[in-house]
Design a protein around this ligand. Sequence first.
Ligand SMILES: Cc1cc2nc3c(=O)[nH]c(=O)nc-3n(C[C@H](O)[C@H](O)[C@H](O)COP(=O)(O)OP(=O)(O)OC[C@H]3O[C@@H](n4cnc5c(N)ncnc54)[C@H](O)[C@@H]3O)c2cc1C
Length: 398
Amino acid sequence: MADELRVAVVGGGIGGLVLAIALAQRDVHVEVYEQAGALREIGAGVALSGNANRLLHRLGLEDALRAVCVEPSELVFRRWDDGEVIAAHPVARDGWYADTQGAPFYGVHRVELLRVLTEAVPEGVVRLSRRAVDVADGPDKVRVTFADGTSAGADVLVGADGVHSVVRRHVAGEEAAAVWSGTIGYRGLVSVEDLPSLPDPTPLQFWAGPGRHLLHYAISGGRVINYLAVIRQAEWTGETWSEPCAVDDAVSAFAAWHPAVTEMVGAVDEMTRWALHDHAPLRQWTAGRVALLGDAAHAMLPHQGQGANQTIEDAVLLADSLTGIDRDEIPAALRRYEDQRRPRTRRVQGFSRMAADCLHLPDGPEIEARDAMLKRVPDDIAWIHGYDVEEAAGRRVQ
Ligand SMILES: Cc1cc2nc3c(=O)[nH]c(=O)nc-3n(C[C@H](O)[C@H](O)[C@H](O)COP(=O)(O)OP(=O)(O)OC[C@H]3O[C@@H](n4cnc5c(N)ncnc54)[C@H](O)[C@@H]3O)c2cc1C
């Protein structure tokens, strides 16, 4: 069809790939331009919640996901030193989470998730080694220029190019300065066999203590534990947002914690520390025929595990918004997408900032109220996990 809508996507991460799958399934022409020479993800886990999984299932990915994902048995919060359980809530146990939130909760290795997504993208859609450097919106077409001097034109351009987005500069200028959270994270993958002190490897589990917390869950058939250990740090002087460090740095940050925690943090051969930043909410996500999604639009702290999940919500709603429209309807369709997504992602960004503060309280009188709150977590997060972005937008088409 000579006259079909053409969508160009900059960035082949989780957001760009889900958008490509959803557009292709809706018969909208899509091309994804990725700067790397191969699609790749870091060696770490990612937690996918019901609000994203209901959408991935609708895209026909349920069987492929179930083959590589692990459902945590429970959500458990423990005290940092003696391991006392503060609160425990069912997840896969008795089918509780899927029944109440409308879709399951998964832990998955990022490399395995990327494979599932890549296999669902039609051949020829992804163009590798194309680093976008500039965007120009003309009267009929938007044009993206790449570092190798080539360019591509499209009716719609989507910036799914992550937290350091080039497309964002075109849409929102320089307003999106990164905000340092005062926390750094150590991430690792550890074989369950190397964790004899861990009371139970099956839940998604938080260990909460003064100025620190550790979160872990199982991936890769339950044989591997993915963890993120977070500590407060006054400043970040590194030139990039992640840098190698000694394993002992992380272990000594958790000295005096429960042996399951120190054992887990120390059970890796190499360590990287990640400076955790987010962005203040943008004033606009779209300009003319150009739109942002995912971390390019709303980089958030990982403490609610929602960055990728919100990105998936963006991608599916954007695909719905671009389905069955004429060219002259593009700017209005993009604005509607933005209006539907901004308030929710802004609220999740704020919620993610608060989460670490509450886990990091010092032992003392405030703990009682905090612990009471942790006993209510499923009710408090239902607005995130039980949400159906397509239904909320009146766009449910399947
Ligand atoms: C420690 C940590 C733990 C996390 N855990 C979770 C979790 O459990 N659950 C969750 O939902 N989220 C989690 N997140 C957040 C999640 O990883 C991100 O929100 C998500 O990956 C964003 O996807 P994206 O597609 O927007 O961006 P990205 O995944 O960053 O992808 C962007 C892509 O664009 C490409 N690109 C960049 N610039 C250009 C350019 N100029 N031209 C062409 N291509 C370009 C990049 O190479 C990349 O492939 C975590 C984040 C951190 C830091």
